[in-house]
Design a protein around this ligand. Structure first.
Ligand code: DLZ
Length: 171
């Protein structure tokens, strides 16, 4: 199936794990605010729909997508949430800025996620134009903020299942 055919329901075909008693930081870039606020709202609502208390979700607004990895690191140091969800939207323009920003964000979030040993979710849209962004922020391709929340819940569930199955070493 091509990605164009995959809708929001793809991420939600199975029931999501509960996020009860887990804490989350949603970090949102101000650039393309109409899009990112819709992503962030859907993300927060999905967490709450899956047993996360509103008090356990902190939303941080930051200037642009480029700042997502450094802000996530800083917020982690100060707040130590169970999962961090990074949300932004970088739209292709006349110059190559989008390529530099998007690839820096992708590798920054990946290194952070591996280094912190906790879910750091890549909720960055990289559309060619505003319409593609709208289509993915509550339009015909669903809302990728929902998928970002679903990914965080699934990764926390993976972590919990591994913690529960730790093998004893030694006698
Ligand atoms: C500079 C810039 C440009 C041109 N485009 C976007 C964008 O489409 N989406 C986004 O989130 N941020 C953009 N920025 C801002 C950068 O992410 C960053 O905030 C600045 O370069 C300052 O580091």
């Amino acid at each position: 199936m091509s990605s164009a055919d995959q809708s929001l329901s793809h991420a939600l075909q199975t029931e999501l794990p509960s996020g009860k008693d887990k804490t989350f930081a949603i970090i949102v870039a101000e650039w393309n605010h109409d899009i990112t606020s819709s992503l962030a709202q859907a993300c927060k609502q999905t967490l709450m729909d899956n047993d996360v208390a509103e008090n356990d979700i902190d939303v941080f607004w930051i200037p642009g997508a480029f700042e997502l990895p450094s802000a996530a690191k800083l917020i982690n140091t100060k707040h130590d949430p169970d999962a961090l969800i990074c949300i932004g939207c970088v739209i292709t323009g006349e110059t190559k800025h989008d390529e530099y920003i998007s690839s820096a964000v992708a590798s920054g979030i990946m290194s952070l996620s591996i280094g912190l040993n906790k879910p750091v979710i890549f909720g960055l849209l990289t559309p060619r134009d505003n319409q593609q962004a709208i289509d993915r922020a509550g339009g015909k391709h669903g809302n990728k903020g929902v998928e970002a929340a679903a990914t965080a819940l699934k990764m926390l569930n993976l972590q919990a299942s591994l913690d529960g199955n730790k093998k004893k070493i030694g006698f």
